[in-house]
Design a protein around this ligand. Structure first.
Ligand code: PLP
Length: 406
């Protein structure tokens, strides 16, 4: 039997709620949307929430509502899912890639500072940092809470204040995560969450914008609904909008999942602890770090391969796991190294060593709330054996492994 990488956790309650929505006769723009939005806002701790049909569309509307557009630059990291950059390109804005912290894999505030000093000048007339080379204005910073670990939001907000930047949190992998006891999604001008089936909370497909800013919320509401006005006139279109609506069926599913979010997150936390216990002490394997002031919301279980050639060792591990019916995935691959992004030559000459190193060495192992004790044992035993065997095979023997074997 194969062990998948992820699997949604759908219970009887979810089926009941979706069935009720189906029978209600109102499949879109009905009461489930508003209820999901208000309960989600209450959970995260923001004034407003606007449901959308994906995390990507949530990010896109945040960008648009904050007035980020043609030739504006946005600081963000390349170690992410491409959606966090695509949302800028849709509006003809450009990412300014900052390297990540090699341990947390999140955007590094120290690297942001260095880059600002080196590559930008302050333009007092515009009240913006301007790229010395291109002359483009820096408008925002878009931190991604990678693998559910919160970014260093204090230093990021400080930079944002200092350089007049909007902050958009990509919280798509981090529902329930906390930085100094405060939930992610509450720090930025706006934040996006995502509900694809591999996420901690799923609606099948779906996303959510959260914000404290009533104008941002109202513009997002209009944009997701074909640019309709806010005064309720159904056929009054006041701006260029989209159909980014989330149906009542999806919201009903989301409501049922939100009711038991603590249970879902706790199951993931327990699983992560199980992995940490069973995989510790393997010399080639670095486990996801814990941070003293951050509560991670476990999205996947990302390990890193430490070897002279991590990419080769990872490929070998993945292939052997597959032979044993165990799924795993190499991600993220750095966005600036993806074929499309290479083709449009997004990457500047700025080196991103930590990003590249992480994208060569990260591996996600099977991770879902209903994963059984036996499945966990099977994965960990397989990882241990495969790496032990690799250690003795010549091309993969590493200084690290040899040292450990002595
Ligand atoms: C899942 C995810 C998104 C949004 O994904 P959708 O599939 O559009 O819902 C955006 N950013 C990150 C980092 C993600 O993991």
């Amino acid at each position: 039997m194969t062990i998948p990488l992820s699997m949604p956790d759908i219970g009887q309650r979810e089926i009941e709620c979706v069935t009720r929505a189906l029978r209600s006769g109102q499949l879109s723009l009905g009461p489930a949307v508003e209820e999901f939005e208000s309960k989600f806002a209450a959970y995260v701790g923001t004034r407003h929430a606007v449901a959308t049909n994906s995390g990507t569309s949530a990010l896109h509307l945040c960008v648009k509502a904050l007035g980020i557009g043609c030739d504006d630059e946005v600081l963000t990291s390349s170690f992410s899912f491409p959606a966090s950059v695509n949302c800028l390109l849709y509006e003809h804005a450009l990412p300014a890639f900052v390297d990540i912290d090699p341990e947390t894999l999140n955007l590094s505030p120290a690297e942001v500072r260095k880059m600002l000093a080196r590559e930008y000048r302050w333009d007092a007339a515009q009240q913006r940092a301007v790229n010395r080379q291109s002359g483009r204005r820096l408008k925002a910073i878009l931190p991604v809470h990678v693998f559910g670990l919160p970014c260093e939001m204090g230093p990021i907000l400080e930079i944002a204040r200092e350089f007049n930047l909007s902050v958009i949190e990509d919280a798509c992998e981090a529902i329930g995560a906390e930085w100094y006891g405060r939930r992610v999604g509450t720090f930025g001008d706006a934040a996006a969450f995502a509900f694809y089936p591999n996420k901690q909370l799923t609606t099948g497909e779906g996303g959510m914008i959260v914000t404290d800013n009533p104008r941002v919320a109202s513009v997002c509401r209009s944009l997701r609904n074909q640019g309709r006005g806010e005064d309720g006139e159904w056929l009054l279109h006041v701006r260029l909008g989209f159909n980014y609506r989330l149906s009542d069926l999806h919201c009903a599913l989301g409501l049922a999942q939100l009711e038991r979010i603590e249970e879902l997150l706790t199951a993931r936390e327990r699983l992560a602890a199980g992995y940490a216990e069973r995989l510790s002490g393997i010399p080639e394997l670095f486990l996801p770090p814990r941070r003293p002031n951050a509560k991670r919301s476990w999205f996947v279980y990302p390990v890193r391969l430490g070897a002279a050639e991590p990419r080769a060792l990872r490929a070998r591990l993945m292939a052997r796991l597959k032979e044993r019916g165990i799924a795993s995935r190499a991600y993220f691959g750095a966005i600036h190294r993806q074929p499309y992004f290479e083709a449009i030559q997004l990457s500047t000459n700025r080196p991103l060593p930590a990003t590249e190193s992480a994208s060569e060495s990260c591996l996600a192992l099977p991770f879902f709330p209903s994963m059984s004790h036996e499945q966990l044992e099977r994965v960990c035993e397989a990882v241990r054996e495969i790496l032990r065997e690799a250690r003795s095979a010549a091309p993969y023997a590493t200084g690290l492994a040899r040292a450990a074997a002595v």
